[in-house]
Write a protein that binds this ligand. Structure first.
Ligand SMILES: Cc1cc2nc3c(=O)[nH]c(=O)nc-3n(C[C@H](O)[C@H](O)[C@H](O)COP(=O)(O)O)c2cc1C
Length: 276
């Protein structure tokens, strides 16, 4: 990435409203010649959040070579009707029965591009999305994982009961408790610069889950994979991820079932109020 910010103001459009100056998280935008400016010596404090570009009411600001006219407008009225969002969140379910067919790659790309808009601590944006876009490939990976676990079992390694059970179910009961028969897997993995990496990967996949379900796909968080890779970190090579960095996995695909109603969990979390 080019290190220079290329912060520019179209003077004919700037109404000098201060919006960009007030919204900058590190307060590095000031005035020069009566127009907003980022002094060269403060450029390295920019976290590249693009809030200056996003907040400018007249589209006068460009940064990082990005043109305001290439952004999508944000509707003033909520883009999502609140009751509809509430129903959607309550109706989100973990899918454990999938159709044996691939999701269109263009839809996957749309979902990944949307997911890249999820927030990251300090706007480090240091995430890698590893996606398995073909069910045959995911099946091969599953075979390799099962093979790795069987080696561990033969080597008399102590495996947690649920993992040994999943290996048995796969080999003898034609049941996939690891990938749940899903055709696709997405791993979000954080790089060295992500100092909130644990949160970043979970937030990204939480966004992905909702985006995917809004488009009729099913999703399954897959911490099962984490348990396996904790036991056999070298199997992380199957995905090209460093298992000593934060990562999380989610399965997805076309659902084979539909839920008729929500579950009932309004009181599932304890609520403690700190009040006057
Ligand atoms: C962090 C996390 C890890 C999970 N790992 C798995 C998993 O490996 N396999 C699985 O079938 N479900 C997994 N789940 C799904 C949970 O079991 C599920 O969310 C929970 O039972 C509630 O069901 P619901 O999502 O339909 O509300 C996971 C969920 C979360 C949040």
């Amino acid at each position: 990435m080019d290190n220079k910010l290329n912060f520019t103001v179209a003077r004919e459009d700037c109404i000098r409203c201060n919006a960009c100056i007030k919204d900058c998280p590190h307060h590095i935008i000031g005035y020069r010649d009566h127009y907003p400016d980022i002094p060269a010596e403060r450029e390295d404090q920019c976290i590249r959040c693009q809030h200056c570009l996003a907040i400018c009411p007249t589209g006068a600001i460009s940064i990082l070579g990005l043109r305001p006219q290439d952004s999508r407008p944000v509707e003033i009225t909520p883009a999502v009707e609140p009751d509809a969002l509430s129903r959607f969140v309550r109706g989100r379910r973990t899918m454990r029965q999938y159709r044996r067919t691939n999701v269109d790659r263009r839809l996957i790309d749309t979902l990944l591009a949307d997911t890249a808009h999820a927030p990251t601590g300090g706007n480090t944006c240091d995430l890698t999305f590893v996606v398995v876009d073909d069910r045959i490939v995911l099946h091969r990976i599953l075979e390799a994982l099962i093979g790795g676990l069987e080696q561990a079992i033969e080597g008399k390694a102590e495996l947690p009961e649920f993992i040994a059970k999943a290996v048995h179910a796969y080999r003898h009961l034609d049941t996939d408790e690891i990938f749940r028969g899903a055709p696709h897997l997405l791993i979000a993995s954080a790089g060295e610069k992500a100092y909130c990496g644990d949160a970043d990967v979970v937030i990204a996949l939480s966004y992905f889950e909702l985006l995917a379900q809004s488009r009729g796909l099913g999703t399954t968080w897959c911490d099962f994979l984490k348990f396996i890779l904790d036991l056999r970190p070298e199997l992380g090579d199957l995905f090209g991820i460093a298992t000593d960095r934060p990562y999380r996995a989610i399965l997805f695909g076309l659902p084979a079932v539909q839920y008729a109603r929500t579950v009932q969990r309004d009181s599932a979390a304890r609520i403690r109020t700190i009040t006057a």
